[in-house]
Ligand binder design. Structure first.
Ligand code: ATP
Ligand code: MG
Length: 432
């Protein structure tokens, strides 16, 4: 029988006698997304197939989330919402097939490589993207759905760099009485705390929380930086209490009209009622603010979108298809090799403290705390000196209000040399 964790490499396999998997496009919390071809069509049609990790197959909450994602996407027929083509959930396999977004995600525009600092986008590109995201989000809200996970990774781009809003796995009906903090953002409190509105931490999610997240994203596109940065605990405090930063604090090179700060004062307001009533209203307010008569915009310094092996995405309007395909192909081949290497490496190292730790984190995102605990415990059983598991278990205790246990684990992680745990610990010791 196949090992449940870590996931196997399914490249080269045919799923459901129909979808041929080529290579991994990326890994999310609960599964791997593959570039695939639907061989039922002639010629075979490119698609993206998100395959749930086997270890989650027996987890009704995760399967439910996949089903919700497919069902939420299937309700839409909108030019800027990713189209779902098929899905299947059974005892052996769970997957969702969507259209393929050849130009990756907004995350890759904002941070073309892991080491680079964030990049600001040109104004006209921001306006273009914002308008499209706004129409998609308003459509979701109009249909009574909150997205709950607006972040750059979930803004995919088609071959003309048009927006395709994705990842409705956590979408919730607006009037769901059981709305809780459960799985805030697919990155949970951990991965997407950067975009989480203050009320989310109070377990009150609404469409204004999506608009807040879009405000954070807008700030990031404009300045190349997030309005708030830090650990999860520190982010939570900043979203709740810190003043909204001035655009100039994060982008000293930008000369801008004061009306622009007013946009962010409004959209990032701590009080949901003070925010824009729709994403379109935000988009219009932004456009209006940047057209306000004021000093000319200074161009961001040394922002070049030209990196080896990547198409020049700054000139998105004039993308030359042929060159893009060639460059893109080189990049994909490279990604394919690196991914295969990583997957081979991982499959030889099953059930390591690292894999248990990772699994614990995934459960934590779903607020399945006892399962998360078990996995961290298991990681520490295998390696009692594994600092990240102490840190994460410490954070878990912190979430559950067990301060003493949290301090104990974080202190152990610090003793083992874990610098992130030091930050968490100092936040715990010196709350603002
Ligand atoms: P999370 O688990 O927090 O949702 P994520 O959004 O990165 O994180 P997935 O939705 O599983 O996780 O997607 C993994 C990656 O695969 C994405 O970051 C994106 O780059 C890529 N991806 C997902 N769907 C598609 C698609 N339809 N076309 C092209 N790339 C895609
Ligand atoms: Mg996603």
């Amino acid at each position: 029988m196949q090992s449940a964790w870590p996931p196997a490499n399914y490249s080269g396999q045919l799923i459901a006698g129909r979808y041929f998997l080529y290579y991994s496009l990326g890994e999310g919390s609960f599964g791997e997304v593959y570039y695939a071809k639907d061989t039922k069509f002639e010629p075979p049609r490119p698609v993206a197939l998100k395959l749930l990790h086997r270890s989650f197959l027996r987890d009704p909450q995760v399967c439910e989330s996949l089903k919700r994602e497919a069902s939420a996407l299937a309700r839409f027929s909108h030019p800027h919402i990713l189209r779902v083509l098929d899905f299947e959930i059974n005892r052996e396999q769970a997957y969702i097939v969507t259209e393929f977004a050849p130009n990756g995600s907004l995350a890759q525009l904002l941070k073309p490589d892991k080491t680079s600092v964030g990049k600001a986008l040109p104004l006209e590109q921001i306006v273009y993207l914002l308008e499209q995201i706004a129409t998609a989000l308003d459509e979701a809200h109009g249909q009574g759905l909150i997205h709950r996970d607006i972040k750059p990774e979930n803004i995919l781009l088609d071959n003309a760099n048009r927006v395709l809003l994705a990842d409705f796995g956590l979408a919730m009906p607006l009037n769901n009485p059981q709305l809780t903090l459960n799985g805030v953002g697919s990155g949970g409190v951990w991965g997407t705390a950067e975009y989480a509105a203050p009320e989310i931490w109070d377990e009150k999610v609404g469409k204004k929380s999506d608009i807040y997240a879009l405000g954070v994203l807008l700030f990031q596109m404009l300045t190349g930086q997030l309005p708030y940065q830090g650990t999860a605990a520190s982010l939570m405090r900043q979203h709740m209490y810190a003043p909204v930063p001035r655009v100039g604090e994060r982008a000293a090179w930008l000369t801008y009209p004061p009306a622009l700060d007013e946009v962010f004062d409004r959209v990032l307001s701590k009080v949901p009622g003070n925010r824009h009533t729709s994403a379109r209203e935000l988009s219009q307010h932004f456009r209006h603010a940047i057209q306000a008569p004021a000093k000319a915009y200074a161009l961001p310094p040394k922002y070049s979108f030209n990196t080896p092996n990547k198409p020049d995405i700054s000139s998105y309007v004039n993308l030359k298809n042929e060159q893009t395909i060639k460059e893109g192909f080189k990049l994909l081949t490279l990604t394919f090799y690196i991914t295969s290497l990583l997957l081979t490496y991982r499959s030889k190292h099953k059930h390591t403290p690292l894999t248990y730790n990772k699994r614990g984190l995934a459960y934590m995102k779903l607020e399945l705390y006892s399962l998360a605990r078990k996995n961290f415990d298991k990681a520490l059983e295998l390696n009692p000196d594994f600092a990240p598991a102490y840190r994460n278990r410490g954070i878990l205790y912190q979430l559950q209000g067990e301060r003493d246990n949290s301090m104990r684990d974080l202190e152990t992680a610090v003793k083992l040399g874990d610098s992130k745990a030091r930050l968490e610990l100092s936040n715990l010791q010196n709350p603002i």
